[in-house]
Write a protein that binds this ligand. Structure first.
Ligand SMILES: [Zn+2]
Length: 93
């Protein structure tokens, strides 16, 4: 992976999390505790990048693999909460 343009092309100019087409995606950090190197960036639409903030860790496929803060649960769209509940097998949230 050479640069941001290559990364955006890899994701076909879609948000890595929700799949929405976005020609100018935000540079989302997969792990907010790591730097802004190309290996730690994924394209996110502004909405997903905004609610994710520094509160979750994304996998390379754009799925949430870890939650770092309870704050994001209050700000997450209902669809995100539904996915999390399904992922947890309907337990917890
Ligand atoms: Zn999105």
């Amino acid at each position: 992976m050479r640069d941001w343009a290559d990364k955006c092309a890899l994701y076909r100019y879609r948000c890595a999390h929700c799949g929405k087409e976005t020609r100018n995606p935000d540079k989302g950090h997969m792990d907010p505790n790591k730097g802004a190197g190309i290996d730690n960036l994924i394209p996110l639409c502004p909405e997903c990048n905004n609610w994710a903030s520094d509160d979750v860790i994304f996998g390379t496929d754009g799925r949430i693999v870890a939650v770092l803060s309870e704050r994001f649960l209050k700000a997450a769209p209902p669809e995100v909460l539904r996915r999390i509940r399904a992922w947890l097998g309907g337990q917890g949230l």
